[in-house]
Structure formats: C-alpha cells, structure tokens
Design a protein around this ligand. Structure first.
Ligand SMILES: *[C@@H]1O[C@H](CO)[C@@H](O)[C@H](O)[C@H]1NC(C)=O
Ligand SMILES: *[C@@H]1O[C@H](CO)[C@@H](O)[C@H](O)[C@H]1NC(C)=O
Ligand SMILES: *[C@@H]1O[C@H](CO)[C@@H](O)[C@H](O)[C@H]1NC(C)=O
Ligand SMILES: *[C@@H]1O[C@H](CO)[C@@H](O)[C@H](O)[C@H]1NC(C)=O
Length: 881
C-alpha cells in the first residue's frame, strides 16, 4: 500500500508533465517556421505595455575569442533609452568586453567599448526614429581599424585605446567564453540590467561574422540583397538555435523589401477638416508639405494609407483630401502650390475638370472614384494630409528640471482615430474619453491631462496640463509643445518664425502674436524698486553719466538765469534682472514700465548749490545689448532669448528743461566771459554704494552755439566729490559777442569825442560855434550812455562799458572846460580900443595874444594823447579777455 500510494501520484506527475511538454513542443513547432527565401529574421524588443528589463536575446552557445569581427543589422527605433544597448558582452569579469550602444537623439553617437574596457570609440551615428536604418560595423583589432557604414555613408576610425591600465603591450582581443545579450546591458554574468539601458527597437537580419567584411559585401547587406559568403557566428532564427528570446521579445520573419523599401516621404493624415490654405498652413507648421504623389504607385499608396479616415474627412463634394497643387485658371495648367513648378503626375477626371474650370484646387475622389483627382473649390473643408521627410518632432517647454516626462514627441501613429504623440523615451499623449491624456511606459502612476474646452484642439501650442505622479512641485503647469527649432519662435497659431523677427516692430506671425508681450525685462519676484542694485564686484555700483544739451533756450543776462533743454543719460547694471528679446538697436529695447525698476534719482543744482528748476519732458529706460544670450532653458515656457542683468546695461534717458541761475560777472562787460555751472548729484546713494562716473561722451552740445549776445565756447564735465556723495559738474563757458557794441557804442561815441575835439580847430574867435558843437556832442554822448545802460544789468560796480563812457564824457567835459578857458584868455587879452600902429613897425601884439593861442595849440596835442590813453587802457582790458 505505501508503495502504490507513492507510485500512483508519481505516474500521474510523469504523465502530466509529458503531456505538458508535448503540448508545449507542439505549440512550438506550430509557431516555428523556416524563413521564405526573401525573408529575414526580425526581433521586436519591449512588446509589452511597459518598458521592462525582461526583454532581450540571450546567447546560449558561447562566444569565441576574436581579434576581428563584423556586425550588421537593420534597426528601427521606436523609443529611446538613456543608453540604447544593442549588444552587451560580459567575459572574464569585464562587463564591457564588447558593447555597442547609442545615446539620446542629440548625442548622435554610437559607442563601441571592447577588450576589457581598453577600447572606447565614439562613432558618428545620427538616429532617425521610425525608419529602418542599415548599419554595419567592422572592427579589426590587429590593424586597429574600424569602419562604420550607416545607410551607405562610410566612415573610418582608428581604435581609441584608453591609456590607463598599463596593458598597452598586450594585443587587443575580445576574450571568449562569456555571456552575450542583445537589448540589455550586462553588468555581471547574471544580468544586473538597468531600465535606462534597454533597446526599445526592432532589429532585423542581425549577424556577427568573425571576418572583416568588404565594402561590397556590406553594400549588398544594405540593399537587402544579402550576398555575404560567410557563416555568421551569431544570428537570429525562430528556432533560437544561437540566440534565445527572453521575456517580452517577439521573433519572427519579415519580407526584406519591407525593410529596404525606399521611402518617398513620410506621410501623415490629420483627421481635422480645414480648407486648402488651412491645410497648407498646418503642414507647413509641422515643417512638411501637402501631399502630391509623383506617380501611380504613390497615389495608390497614399490613398490606401489614409483610407480608414475617409468617413470623417469626406466633404460634400465627396472628396477626401487635398493635393498640393493649384490651377492657373487663365492657362488651365496645374502647378505645385509652393514652388509653382508644373506637376509631373496627375490623375484628373478630365470631363469633370472641363466643366468646373474655375475651381483652383484638387482633391482625391472617394468610393467609386477612388484614386481619381477632381477639381474643387479651395474653400471646401477636408482633412490635412502632409508629407514629411521624417516623423515630425515636437519639443515641450515648461517642464521643471526634475520632471520625468519626455521633452520631445513624435507624430507617427494613431490612437482612437487621432494622432498619437509618442514621447522620445516613455511618455505618450493620446486622445481618450474626449481629452488628451498622457501616460508613461515606465511609470505606472504617472499621468497627465490637458485642459481644453475645444475638442478639436491638439496638444500643440500652449496648454495647461494637470500632472500626477511627476517629480515637480506643481501639479498644474503650462506647457508649450512646438514643432519649431531652438532658434525659432512659436506663434500662437503654432507656426515658426525666426527668433530675430520677434519683437522687431514688424508683424511676422499670421496672428501678430510675435509683437505681443514684448517687454524686455523680467522682474523677479521679491524685486524691490526702492533698493539699489547690489554690487557686482566689490566696487560700488557705477553709474555712467553723460549729458546731451540740445539747445539753450534762454540766456537771461538781466535776470541772471539760463534755460537749457538737455537729455541726461545714466547707464548702470542691475544683476537682479534678466532681459529678453533684446535687439542691437537699443531704442527698440524700451522698458514698458520703468517704475517697476530701480532708477537713479538725480538732483540738479546750479553753481550756487541751489536746486535748479527741472521740467521733465520725457523719460525712458532702455536696455543696451552687450552680451550673448544665456543658454536656452527649456523649463521656461517662453522661448525668448534671455540675457543676464549683470552683463547688459540699462540706460535711463531723461529729457528735461533746466532753468537755473548763473552768477554773471559783468566787470568786463561787454568783452566778458561767463562760466555757468550745473551740478548733478545722487542724494540717496553714498559713494560706497553708487558712484557717478563720466561716460565716454561726457557732455555734448547739439544746438547753435551763437546766442544773441553770447557764444558758447566750451562745455566740460568733471567728476567731483562732495562729502560722501559723488557729483558731476558741468561748466558752460560763454563769450560775449561784442560786435554789437562796436557798431552801436564804441564807434559813434568815439566819433562824438573826435567832433568835440575838432572844435579846437574852429576859428578861435568864434566861441559860440565851438561851444555849441561840443555841448551838443556831450549831450548825445550822455544820451547814448543812458540808452546803453538801460539794456544791460545795473550793477553797483563799474562795468567796462561804463568806464568807457565815463572816460569819454570826462574828456568831452574837459574839452568844453578848456574851450571856456581859452575864450576867457582871449577876451582878457583882446584890447578894448583899436590900436594904430605905424607902418613898417613890427607889431608888438605878438607876445600878448600868444597865450590863448598857445593854450589852444597846446590842447590840440593834449586831448589826442588823452584819448590815446583811454583807448590803450581799454584795449589792454579787451585783449585780456
Ligand atoms: C550611459 O552611457 C554613459 C557612457 O557614455 C555612462 O556614463 C552612463 O552612466 C550610462 N547611463 C546609464 C543609465 O547607464
Ligand atoms: C513626399 O516628399 C518627397 C520628397 O520631397 C517626394 O519625393 C514624394 O513624392 C512626396 N510624396 C508625396 C505623396 O507627396
Ligand atoms: C497664370 O498664368 C499667366 C500666364 O502664364 C500668368 O500671367 C499669371 O500670373 C498666372 N496666374 C497666377 C495666379 O499664377
Ligand atoms: C558675464 O560676462 C563674463 C565675461 O564675459 C562671464 O564670465 C560671465 O559668466 C557673464 N555672466 C553671466 C551671468 O552671464
């Protein structure tokens, strides 16, 4: 009994397991088939819903020692890991005995490690998504040559040895007997796989040969015309004789032409109905063109591909999608809509086209008329069918630094009859339950939904997303998904313009959005406009000052005041700020609201330290572009170039009318020179924090230098210190234009003096005339004097012009006095009776009359001397100024 009781269950176990094995074997033999002659092996890794480390091909037959080999494979990327490990070989305790992997999209490299980590080569390999790429790498460790052929692009490299371990003399060799897997990275003999090092791809016709293939052999592989005469040491078949599929890995055979089919563009349909020009704009936005088949085959292919969407796309004309061609109705010829070249292929329904010769657009027919082209109006609404060179790549901005969401998406597939936005690594955005939803292939709890009221809207452009399971602090964020490159700006409509066209006061976006939000400063949170900018170095903040005097409005000599129009400019840097959208011409970079920024408060005073009367005309703050932009930060939604506040300069330009007093010194009037001063100070900022310094321009004057009476001969700017404050002193130097006084004062008054003097030459006996003329002259001179005095300031001191008049009047006065003296002398000496003198007697009068004549004669010399004295002393003063 005990024997049978153990025996029967034992039998059952054996029978059951045999049945199981048989069933399994039968299943196996059912699935396993031999390839057709034109078929090659095909492996799809990561077939499950989520990425896994349990998807790879494992080699069970052992691997020989190699000094040269060739690897050929067709590969098609669907996603991307951090390191896409094509092959990893672990031997003799070395995990990089041989490995091939590529990095992310932008790295453009295929890395080859081998020989116990003694060799590391970075090979050029630009990855394209969703297309079959053909790759062969041959490595000869004896000649140290590597050849990489990627889609018939041949590049040669020499083996790069890492010089670290002192084994350089030993020959390079790949040691045999290890473990080799495809699709995962071995860190040890029994795995140690990492989810960041998987291969989310399809590969086909994988083979490794222990010889170096010739270029012809490689080319035959590339062309799917496999003429390689060697037996590969590693290959894939469905029997898994050499490489065994593990986990979520599918092995099958596919026809070779599927891999090598020359693709004529990459076609996508967007099942949203628009007019022809809407279609053009949509395709252009994604950097594609409207479909235009070049031959019968393409025409059929495109139609068949888009066939599933005909229901929602067909319009009332029973047509389905547009072709990229327009008709010239005058000549009745069809042209490519963009480059206006005649089209090379067409399949129009001729009869119909004759009837509707006024219709300018073409579309494909439906149902009975499939593949046939019809002319229809361009306003008809159908779906957009676009042709791309490769799958459109869309970038996402606004994700935080730590976010695990993908920042690049591709349009390749459909889900729920709408395009699927497939993330580069693991995220995917799809249409489900009337919302756009994001899910991940890596993180089960990561999800996001897009907020939109319009069900026709795509995730393209700016949208608010609610994200759960990400590593960012905020769950509701605005993201921008854009097809534009990093040197482009995305309009609200989604189209791209060059960044330099943004905010240049010219409208470039169809919706004018490129001229919106053009303010040039970003004021950070916590910025205080009352606090001056922090010091950048240990020196105080430098405020470069310059003044541009536009004109001198008024020069009021009597009122002792001066009015000037001037533009003051002060330059400084504020490291707290960042700028954006800066242009070379700084006048375009005007700060919209200057009061949100700290600006220097300048006090203007005159030479006597009293405040000047400032009438503000305009003030503005601009940003001068001086440095290249900061590196692009994709965590910021805005694509605008940003510039640092510490390397670009703010400039405040204040135009004002300044009225200030000037202490005129008139002693030398009218040959005087005047100095007027203007002082600019920063009352709130002591010299330890802010220092006014002279800008290179200093002070400039633009107006006319000739005022009515004065000429501006010089303007200078000097840096001064006044206690703890720095100060800019501007000196304006004026010179009197005395030409007026020469014609109006000096010459006439001189003439009058001469006239008075000339009376000495009158008949000495005609006192009446002499005195009349000289008195009149004196009177006129006095009148001149009062007249002149009234138009110039009255001063307690004598001005030069006063001195001149006083001197002349004195001289005149003296002449008159001397005339009277001479007359008196004459009258005294003149006898009252007539004297009779005998003939021939010499007159004795001589001695008596001589006196007054002598005096008169003497005066004729004295007065010119006196006048000469006056003139020389006057000119000596004159020339001194
Ligand atoms: C990917 O490869 C690089 C070497 O290029 C390596 O530094 C990095 O650690 C690898 N990443 C992962 C996740 O293993
Ligand atoms: C797509 O574009 C390619 C390259 O410009 C062109 O050769 C091809 O004919 C186009 N195909 C269609 C269907 O428009
Ligand atoms: C149509 O063709 C005529 C003649 O070649 C040309 O003058 C005209 O500009 C064309 N019209 C359009 C809209 O291209
Ligand atoms: C400013 O310019 C200097 C010198 O060119 C540079 O070293 C520094 O990194 C720049 N600062 C910023 C914030 O860009």
């Amino acid at each position: 009994m005990p024997a049978s009781s153990t025996f029967i269950p034992g039998i059952t176990l054996v029978v059951m397991s045999t049945v199981l094995i048989l069933v399994l074997a039968q299943n196996d033999t059912e699935n396993v088939r031999l390839p057709e002659p034109d078929e090659v092996s095909h492996v799809k890794f990561q077939t499950g819903k989520y990425d896994t480390v349990d998807s790879y091909m494992d080699n069970s037959t052992g691997f020989p020692t190699l000094t040269k080999f060739s690897l050929c494979v067709h590969i098609k990327y669907h996603h991307m890991a951090l390191n896409n490990t094509l092959l990893s070989y672990f031997a003799s305790g070395q995990d990089n005995e041989l490995s091939f992997f590529t990095n992310s999209m932008d790295a453009n490299t295929l890395q080859l490690y081998c020989c116990g980590d003694r060799v590391r080569n970075y090979l050029y390999y630009p990855i394209r998504m969703y297309t079959w790429e053909h790759l062969c790498v041959t490595v000869n460790l004896e000649t140290k040559l590597i050849t990489v052929v990627l889609n018939n692009d041949v590049r040669e490299y020499t083996v790069q040895e890492t010089k670290s371990d002192g084994n350089e003399t030993k020959p390079l060799v790949i040691r045999g007997g290890g473990r080799l897997v495809l699709g995962q990275d071995l860190d040890s003999a029994d795995g140690g796989f990492n989810i960041e090092q998987i291969l989310p791809c399809e590969i086909a016709d994988f083979a490794i040969y222990d010889v170096v293939l010739t270029l012809d052999e490689i080319r035959s592989f590339m062309a799917c015309d496999n003429q390689i005469p060697y037996e590969p040491i590693l290959y894939i078949d469905q029997q898994m004789s050499v490489l065994k599929a593990v986990g979520e890995t599918a092995v099958s055979y596919i026809p070779e032409e599927e891999i090598c089919a020359t693709s004529s563009g990459y076609k996508l349909m967007f099942p949203e109905r628009v007019t022809f020009w809407g279609n053009v704009a949509w395709c252009q936005m994604l950097k594609g063109t409207v479909i235009l088949p070049k031959n019968e085959k393409e025409n059929t292919e495109v139609y068949d591909k888009f066939f599933p969407y005909r229901e929602e796309c067909t319009d009332r004309w029973r047509t389905f999608y547009y072709f990229g061609t327009v008709r010239n109705v005058t000549t009745d010829k069809w042209f490519h809509y963009k480059d206006k070249s005649p089209i090379v292929y067409q399949k129009f329904d001729v009869q119909w086209n004759k009837i509707v010769s006024q219709y300018e657009c073409a579309a494909v027919g439906n149902h009975l008329f499939k593949y046939t082209w019809f002319a229809i109006p361009c306003s008809s609404a159908m779906c957009s069918a676009c042709n791309f060179t490769s799958s459109p790549r869309l970038r996402v901005r606004g994700l935080c630094d730590t976010s695990i969401l993908d920042s690049a998406y591709y349009l390749n597939d459909y889900y729920n009859r709408r395009p699927l936005f497939d993330g580069e690594v693991h995220s995917r955005i799809f249409w489900s339950n009337n919302i756009w939803e994001l899910r991940s292939r890596r993180h089960e709890d990561l999800s996001a939904t897009m907020e939109t009221k319009n069900s026709k809207v795509y995730p393209l452009g700016r949208h608010t997303w609610t994200i759960a399971g990400d590593k960012c602090t905020e769950s509701k964020i605005t993201l921008l998904m854009t097809p534009c490159n990093s040197d482009e700006y995305t309009c609200s409509t989604g189209s791209c313009i060059r960044k330099t066209s943004r905010c240049d006061l010219v409208i470039d976006c169809p919706d004018q959005s490129d001229e919106l939000n053009c303010d040039v400063v970003n004021v950070p949170e916590g910025y205080s406009s009352t606090l001056p900018p922090p010091k950048i170095t240990k020196d105080p903040l430098a405020l470069a000052f310059s003044l541009r005097i536009i004109t001198i409005r008024k020069f009021n000599l009597v009122g002792f005041s001066l009015v000037v129009d001037a533009v003051m400019s002060i330059k400084w840097r504020d490291s707290r700020l960042t700028f954006r959208n800066l242009r070379r011409n700084y006048r375009v970079n005007k700060v919209k609201d200057m009061y949100q920024l700290w600006t220097p408060k300048i006090l203007v005073r005159d030479g006597s330290r009293s405040a000047a009367d400032v009438q503000l005309r305009s003030e503005a703050v601009y940003v001068i572009l001086e440095d290249s932009p900061l590196p692009d930060d994709i965590t910021i939604v805005s694509e605008d170039d940003r510039y640092s506040g510490s390397n670009n300069t703010l400039v405040m330009e204040t135009e004002s009318t300044l009225e200030f007093t000037c202490q005129f010194q008139l002693q030398m009037y009218p040959v005087d020179r005047q100095n007027c001063f203007l002082l600019f100070t920063l009352p709130g900022l002591s010299k330890d924090f802010g220092l006014l310094i002279k800008d290179e321009d200093g002070v400039t004057f633009e107006g006319s230098r000739y005022l009515l009476e004065y000429e501006l001969v010089g303007e200078t700017l000097t840096e001064e210190m006044e206690g703890r404050f720095s100060l800019m002193q501007i000196r304006l130097e004026f010179r009197n234009l005395y030409g007026y006084y020469i014609g109006n004062t000096f010459v006439p008054s001189l003439f009058l003096v001469i006239i008075v003097y000339l009376t000495l030459y009158f008949d000495i006996n005609d006192f009446e005339d002499r005195v009349m003329v000289s008195l009149t002259s004196l009177l006129v001179l006095a009148t001149f004097f009062t007249q002149t005095s009234s138009s110039i300031p009255r001063t307690s001191y004598l001005k030069l012009i006063d001195a001149w008049y006083v001197a002349l009047i004195c001289q005149n006065f003296l002449v008159i006095v001397s005339l009277v003296v001479v007359e008196n002398l004459r009258l005294r000496d003149k006898p009252m009776t007539t004297r009779v003198t005998p003939m021939g007697v010499k007159s004795y009068e001589g001695d008596e009359v001589l006196l007054y004549k002598k005096v008169n004669f003497f005066l004729k010399f004295v007065f010119p001397l006196m006048l000469f004295g006056i003139l020389t002393s006057f000119f000596s003063f004159w020339s001194r100024n």
